[in-house]
Design a protein around this ligand. Structure first.
Ligand SMILES: C[S@@+](CC[C@H](N)C(=O)[O-])C[C@H]1O[C@@H](n2cnc3c(N)ncnc32)[C@H](O)[C@@H]1O
Length: 265
């Protein structure tokens, strides 16, 4: 059965993740990289890099004299990350490892980015302690985590569909993805980071035509994967129809809010 609480995508889902999640992440990637104050020559880690959205943006900033690494538990995500890396910049080193056991020496990185990953770590304190270990003194940490689902009509519709069509673990997985900024800030302090900041960022994002986008996106996230595995593909289609019915028909533009958290090592 799918584990919907830790964001473990299987099969061909990572490929769909890259395609369908890209529009949702694009403006937040820019804000995340800006917050880390990257510069040519910087050494950067994209923690829980997934298919590498933030790593690719960081490589553009760090330039040919920089070094960018991406680490993620899921080898399927890393396979897509490697395939999508444009090689216009120095190679990004993509490595499979858990956030609480990173394969880098102490004080390796000038900056660590973590986009929509921290809320899924089974032991956030341990992961941030390990992140502190590989960040040089004075180095920067920047992360985004989704704020409350009620901030976006799209997520409200998705939650409604999961409550109607999903098993309890799909609903629990969805809930675990949201509203974790306070926990991240507390654990950053415990892990040895200082000067934390938090800002809510809201972007109006125009999604592709919803008839294709909604089922595609649902099939590219663990709680959609969980519905398909426990209730069948028809249930996934019904869940997508439920989302569509809850959204207005005259627009594909919706607000999305994430909290940007930064800290200094
Ligand atoms: C919502 S995705 C975000 C991926 C990517 N950062 C992005 O911008 O799209 C969450 C990622 O966290 C990874 N992940 C979950 N738990 C992890 C852990 N303990 N250590 C490393 N990666 C983990 C998942 O494999 C997944 O790729």
């Amino acid at each position: 059965m799918a584990d919907a609480t830790g964001f473990h995508l299987k099969g061909s889902a990572p490929e769909r993740y890259e395609h369908y999640v890209a529009p949702l992440m694009a403006p937040f990637v820019t804000a995340l990289v800006d917050a880390a104050d990257l510069y040519p020559g910087a050494t950067v880690l994209d923690l829980a890099c997934g298919t590498g959205f933030a790593a690719r943006a960081a490589a553009a900033q760090a330039g040919p004299t920089g070094r960018v690494a991406g680490v993620d538990l899921n080898e399927g995500m890393l396979k897509i990350a490697v395939a999508c890396h444009p090689r216009l910049y120095p190679d990004i080193e993509f490595t499979a490892a858990p956030a609480d056991d990173l394969p880098y020496p102490d004080a390796t990185f000038d900056a660590v980015l973590c986009q929509q990953g921290a809320q899924f770590f089974p032991d956030l304190t341990a992961a941030l302690r390990e992140t502190a270990r590989v960040t040089r003194p004075g180095g920067r940490f920047a992360a985004t985590v989704w704020s409350h689902p009620d901030d976006s009509p799209y997520f409200v519709a998705q939650r409604h569909a999961l409550e109607r069509h999903g098993a309890p673990e799909a609903v629990a997985g969805f809930r675990s993805a949201f509203d974790t900024a306070d926990r991240v800030i507390t654990d950053l302090g415990r892990a040895g980071f200082h000067s934390p900041t938090r800002h809510d960022l809201t972007f109006d994002i125009t999604l592709p035509p919803l008839e294709d986008y909604i089922p595609g996106h649902l099939s590219a996230i663990p709680w959609g994967q969980s519905i398909a595995e426990t209730e069948g593909e028809d249930a996934l289609t019904r869940a997508a129809d439920t989302i569509r019915a809850r959204l207005p028909t005259d627009t594909t533009t919706f607000p999305f809010t994430a909290t940007l958290v930064t800290a200094v090592r």
